[in-house]
Design a protein around this ligand. Structure first.
Ligand code: PFF
Length: 474
């Protein structure tokens, strides 16, 4: 069975692929700014605590579900519940959600591809114009970049688990790390860079409030690719001979380290260009930062390294973000494919063709909903705001359903799947685990406060996004 579905060749293969999924646009751009705006070093401490105390047990839950069942999310919920249709249907949420997130993430990855290729062809000055992003997102040339992006993602996925996903992660992840560190070292040599570091790292406890806790948890949860069915599916490709806990710990450490190191790049770069920048006024949205603000930052580097130098730096930066986005996109596109292979009996090739076709139509619609077609651009109004098809996908699937799926995973591992089997799966090949303090903490937290917290986050997101109401200030 596992032979036909594919399997990672080693622990390293799993770690790099899972870290490739986790390290995304969120780490490289959103994290540094969210951290700086929310107390710097103080935010970091809260973030790390959430990763360790809340996200880590959920990661173990998802990976163990995948490995024990050897299946995609629907198959995992169904098989481990002893063939319960209700749980199988709930597992369907963890197929639909990654499908829709793949659509919205593809649109952003297509923009990154365009920015990288345009910076490389000497058009950085055009990208840095204030109106550029608005024009780009409504320009039909995007479909050309869409074809390139989809071709690369599907080419990687066609190689299967070992020859495609793992191989791509083994090339892209180390390259990403090297590029990131090289860019950090360069930026730190610029005047005023230290000012940026100070803003990023010095703790400001006066900024800590309930909203900071909420953003730290939301961010940690999304950053580790939780609630997307990804870790269930990647867990199903993870060999029974390997230890889950150690591998999972490394994935969490890598993801958090990349986010932390990205801050050593973004903040010093922003301050080097404008030492008087007011960080509180910077947008927290990754999209406006990457596509509107950072091109201006790179263009201003012209004064130091010349236009060609600035274009090379921008190209490297967008390539770095592109690599991170690609490995995330590959991971999320794999989920519906694994479902079709397991549940529908499709060959990988047929599943890829079906996914390419259906996702292609949705990606075109989402792309056209950002100014090309009026009906899609203002599709519905909720929370007092007019929303496009793209916004609806983002709000509904990325911002709302993820914590709910996380909640389901906790309840499932604690109360539906036999707890002893869950514990045995996590501790397989790791005799000391079952009697460890960590195992007691994981069992206790997954069955008590973690699902409560995730349900609160879910309820709060629903209230805020759809009704414009902030529950309990949380
Ligand atoms: N961890 C990813 C990030 O920080 O960008 C989250 C993610 C989003 C993974 C979308 C995969 C994906 F398709």
């Amino acid at each position: 069975m596992s032979g036909s579905r594919g399997q990672f060749s080693s622990r390293l293969g799993f770690i790099l692929a899972a870290a490739g999924s986790a390290v995304g646009i969120g780490n490289l751009v959103a994290f540094p700014v969210v951290a700086t705006k929310n107390g710097g070093g103080a935010f970091l401490v809260i973030y790390i605590a959430f990763v360790a105390l809340i996200c880590f047990p959920v990661m173990l839950g998802e990976i163990a579900m995948g490995r024990a069942s050897n299946k995609n999310p629907v198959g995992a919920f169904y098989a481990l519940s002893g063939g319960n249709k209700f749980w199988g249907r709930l597992g369907g949420l963890a197929i639909l959600t990654p499908f829709m997130i793949a659509v919205f993430y593809s649109v952003i990855t297509i923009w990154i591809m365009l920015y990288m290729l345009q910076s490389a062809s000497g058009n950085l000055d055009r990208l840095a114009e204030p109106a550029a992003f608005g024009e780009i997102v409504s320009s039909p040339t995007l479909f050309f970049y869409m074809l390139i992006t989809m071709a690369i993602v599907f080419f990687i996925l066609a190689g299967g688990v070992k020859g495609g996903i793992e191989k791509a992660a083994k090339i892209l992840m180390p390259t990403l790390m090297i590029m990131l560190i090289a860019l950090v070292l360069f930026v730190l040599t610029l005047d005023n860079a230290v000012e940026g570091l100070r803003y990023y790292l010095v703790p400001d406890f006066s900024l800590i409030n309930s909203t900071v806790f909420r953003s730290a948890l939301n961010h940690a949860f999304f950053s580790l690719s939780l609630g997307m069915g990804i870790l269930i599916t990647y867990g199903s490709y993870f060999s029974h001979k390997e230890k889950i806990v150690n591998a999972t710990r490394l994935v969490a450490v890598m993801d958090t380290s990349v986010a932390f190191i990205a801050g050593l790049l973004i903040l010093p770069a922003i301050f080097a260009m404008n030492p008087n920048v007011d960080v509180q006024t910077l947008s927290e949205s990754s999209v406006s930062l990457i596509f509107s603000y950072l091109p201006q930052v790179f263009l201003e580097m012209e004064n130091i390294v010349g236009y060609t130098g600035a274009s090379i730096l921008a190209t490297f930066f967008f390539m770095l973000v592109l690599f991170a986005a690609m490995t995330s996109l590959v991971s999320i596109t794999e989920i519906p494919i694994a479902w079709m292979i397991d549940e529908k009996g499709y060959s990988r090739r047929k599943a890829l063709a079906a996914m390419g076709l259906v996702a292609g139509v949705f990606i075109v619609l989402a792309t056209m909903s950002l100014g090309m077609v009026d009906r899609l651009s203002s599709m519905v109004t909720y929370g007092g705001v007019n929303k496009s098809f793209f916004d609806v996908i983002y709000d509904l699937f990325y911002d709302t359903i993820l914590p709910f799926i996380g909640f389901l995973v906790c309840i499932f591992c604690s109360y539906r799947w036999k707890r002893s089997e869950f514990m045995q799966e996590v501790g397989e090949g790791d005799e000391s685990y079952t009697t460890s303090l960590l195992a007691s903490y994981v069992n206790l937290s997954l069955g008590t406060f973690i699902p409560v917290v995730l349900l609160l986050v879910f309820a709060n997101n629903v209230a805020q996004i759809y009704f414009g109401y902030n529950l309990l200030g949380f």
